[in-house]
Design a protein around this ligand. Structure first.
Ligand code: UDP
Length: 455
């Protein structure tokens, strides 16, 4: 940490793995620049305070019942959290501001701003009444964040249904999505998110700034468009792994035995498979992935999260002799130290659901991808990977053993894979340069620090 600058930042992440990781990374970045850090968090999915002894953690009650904490319905969860947390958050923040004010004798630590996940929609009037500078952190790409506000209107305009011949056409309202992707994003399930999106837009426009863990090199056109859309200062400070690789902010316990296992594999020979912290699949999809991996005859490291297969505890319905066969070539774990894994010399490819964190972690380590997006921003990230940056192979939603086997072999064994690998190396360097002195992410971070220090 640089010498303390006497300023404290309050951070308020949404309690989801893909939102906690970037917020903790942001905390580490700001702390390294002299800021003290307080993280206000819910009881549900509380970050591990012991992993970050230099930060202060304050827990607020979230009012979730045991059943509610086990739901796979992210929309329901976010709605409940926004409803339940407003008042405890207000109490916590007000107390914090008062306690600092009443300090005597010692040098005062001024609270210079609140940075909350853009998914918290009740923060605006509160920060205003407390006269506190408020910035939002979006854990999406800039491109998805700005375009997803158009979804309610697209739904009203009855975007559906599509002719077969139109499926692969570009969705002009939301490039580089294809129309078939847009249809998946606009399904009935996400309809309930329309009013929530409107609230996020309102809260964002009323903020004093918007932070993205992305950079011009990955999101250039959208960055200038976002500046016009939101009319607040925007800081694209770069993907989190380029600042602090492998920050331990995992909600699950990573199975570290996969590292010595990877040590025993050849360079760039292993396909790593993970669908992140939220996606669930069916039992038959699990079996298709298992057969695809087995038939590819390449070593694999496969994360199957407990509870990620609908109706199953873990992988108990895979027959024992098949498990034995899988274990000859690969390793199945419940959760991996992902950034460490992606860094490992043995990893040759990543079969991913293309959550934004997984996508940028893969880019930052130069690991080419096989794209298997399921929902929401994953569909857009996968198009960027496969069609804009051209650093991955898209499975086009086909969770079928032959498709999976074919994609793994193309990526790891064929010249197509070599070309993809060269392109991702190039992209990795470009993104890395963005964080060197005078690069775009470097400059943006400096601007953010100057900005919050000036209030
Ligand atoms: N992750 C991990 N171990 C795993 C799987 C995922 O540490 O076995 C981490 C991964 O590094 C990433 C986060 O969990 O930082 C998942 O975020 P992402 O945005 O990719 O997907 P989400 O979980 O939000 O769908």
């Amino acid at each position: 940490m640089d010498k303390s600058n006497g300023l404290r930042v309050i951070l308020f992440p949404l309690p989801l793995q893909g939102c906690i990781n970037p917020m903790i990374q942001l905390a580490k970045i700001l702390h390294s620049r002299g800021f003290s850090i307080t993280v206000i968090h819910t009881r549900f999915n509380a970050p591990k305070a012991s992993s970050h002894p230099l930060f202060t953690f304050l827990q607020i009650p979230d009012g979730l019942s045991e059943t509610e904490t086990r739901t796979h319905d992210v929309k329901l969860l976010i709605t409940l959290l926004n409803r339940n947390c407003e008042s405890p958050f207000r109490d916590c923040l007000s107390k914090l501001l008062q306690s600092v004010d009443s300090e005597t004798g010692e040098e005062k630590q001024r609270i210079c701003c609140l940075i909350h996940d853009s998914g918290w929609i009740f923060t605006q009037p509160l920060a205003k009444s407390l006269n506190l500078l408020r910035l939002a952190l979006s854990t999406y790409t800039i491109s998805f964040f700005r375009s997803h506000f158009a979804l309610p209107q697209l739904r009203r305009e009855m975007y559906l249904p599509l002719q077969d011949s139109e499926q692969d056409d570009l969705a002009e309202e939301f490039p580089p999505l294809r129309k078939k992707d847009l249809v998946r994003i606009l399904d009935a399930e996400t309809e309930q998110l329309d009013s929530y999106s409107d609230m996020i837009l309102e809260t964002t426009k009323a903020s004093s700034g918007l932070i993205f863990m992305s950079c011009e090199e990955l999101d250039q056109d959208s960055l200038s468009q976002a500046r016009e859309d939101f009319k607040v200062p925007i800081f694209a400070i770069g993907p989190s792994p380029i600042h602090f690789p492998a920050t331990p902010s995992s909600l699950f316990t990573p199975d570290k035995t996969c590292i010595p296992w990877l040590d025993r594999q050849e360079d760039k020979s292993v396909i790593y498979v993970s669908i992140g912290s939220l996606v669930t699949i069916s039992e038959s999809e699990l079996m298709e992935i298992a057969w695809g991996l087995s038939n590819s005859d390449q070593p694999f490291l496969w994360v199957v999260r407990v509870g990620s297969v609908n109706g199953m505890e873990w992988i108990e319905t895979i027959p024992e002799d098949f498990i034995k066969r899988l274990n000859e070539k690969g390793k199945i774990v419940k959760w991996a130290p992902q950034q460490e894994v992606l860094k490992h010399r043995a990893i040759g490819g990543f079969l991913t659901h293309n959550g934004w964190n997984s996508t940028v972690e893969s880019v930052c380590e130069g690991v080419p991808m096989i794209c298997l997006p399921f929902r929401w921003d994953q569909l857009l990230n996968a198009r960027f990977v496969s069609e804009v940056w051209m650093v991955g192979i898209h499975l086009e939603g086909r969770i079928e053993r032959n498709e999976i086997e074919g994609a793994i072999r193309r990526l790891l064994l064929e010249t197509e894979g070599e070309a993809i690998r060269e392109r991702i190396e190039h992209l990795k360097e470009k993104v890395g340069r963005s964080f060197k002195q005078n690069g775009s992410a470097y400059q943006s971070l400096q601007n953010l620090i100057d900005y919050i220090s000036s209030f």
